[in-house]
Design a protein around this ligand. Structure first.
Ligand code: ZN
Length: 77
């Protein structure tokens, strides 16, 4: 499901974002979850782009190197 469809579903069920964020408000909680998911998606996209750049600029032969590159880009090293 694309982010737009998720945003449409949240808007349809809970409504648009509240003017002020209230952690006890179900609508705000839905949008905060959406924002966390979007941030994680962006972080993973950036990591994948970093991995792709590393492969393009520095082709590796050792599978262990691939694992190290991926873990480094994902911030898990
Ligand atoms: Zn709210």
């Amino acid at each position: 499901m694309s982010d737009d469809l998720i945003a449409q579903a949240i808007t349809g069920y809970w409504g648009g974002r509240c003017a002020d964020t209230d952690p006890d408000c179900p609508c705000c909680q839905a949008w905060l979850a959406y924002d966390r998911q979007a941030a994680e998606r962006d972080r993973l996209r950036d990591a994948l782009e970093e991995i792709a750049d590393m492969f393009i600029t520095n082709i590796r032969d050792d599978p262990q190197d691939v694992k190290i590159i991926a873990r480094t880009a994902l911030g898990k090293s």
